[in-house]
Design a protein around this ligand. Sequence first.
Ligand code: SAM
Ligand code: SF4
Length: 266
Amino acid sequence: MFDRFNRHINYLRISVTDRCNLRCTYCMPEEGIHLLSHKDILTFDEIKNFTEAAVANGVTKVRITGGEPLVRKGITTLVRMISDIKGINDLSMTTNGVLLKQYADELRLAGLHRVNISLDTLDPEEFRAITRTGNINEVFEGIKAAKNAGLLPVKINCVVKESKEEEEAKAVTRFCKDNGLEIRYIKQMDLVNGHFSMVDGGTGGDCSLCNRLRLTANGKLKPCLFNNIEFDIREIGFEKAIKLAVELKPECGSKNETDTFYNIGG
Ligand code: SAM
Ligand code: SF4
């Protein structure tokens, strides 16, 4: 699919839940979030059928995200349902890594190709401060498990305040070099005020190269992270939602006053 600005739209990011087992300061309020009710959350069949429609329209790359995708019950079944769709040549997941030790092998067997794991610091105290509840050792174990399971390349998403030259980020960079991991730096963003920027090591943040559509856990198809435009796939149907999202994908992001990272998936 090509949009009005001749961008080739072939990448679908699916948020499979708004729930999370961490509470990162830049992503969720401390008191937790207003959770979607179960009936609003897309079923596995809806996600699979929508993904099939997107693939039939030219999507070849799919990422599963959240919230934390590994807290969605039966996630490996969903991964299998998606990996069975013919035409996807890159199937990945973004996870905080906490539950990866438990799931890495199953995910690989279910057909997941690779993972991105979020890690902003190597310091256990700082990690706890950022995530409010997390134990960094679980993430280290998750990274090891992902490598052993062959979910390669394992990429690390490192959120920075300003630049990758910050001490915490430099330590994560060294850790990645020593452990055969790729790293991409994400500048901490503010959706509501429209503060977003290039990601070093990835293509996110550069609107002229944006090839993405995003499906939220409750079935809203969004052509842009930094915009309120969305189409409800249950209300208007899969084909129409895909057509409109591609047709109306904005040239460049501005502001998103209706969403937060945990429900769109970052
Ligand atoms: N829970 C999973 C995780 O943390 O990897 C997947 C969902 S999370 C919303 C996806 C990515 O968005 C993570 O790499 C996270 O660090 C990033 N993220 C969350 N809030 C952000 C913010 N305000 N600015 C930049 N990146 C953010
Ligand atoms: Fe959870 Fe990921 Fe948001 Fe952290 S960034 S609170 S791990 S969804």
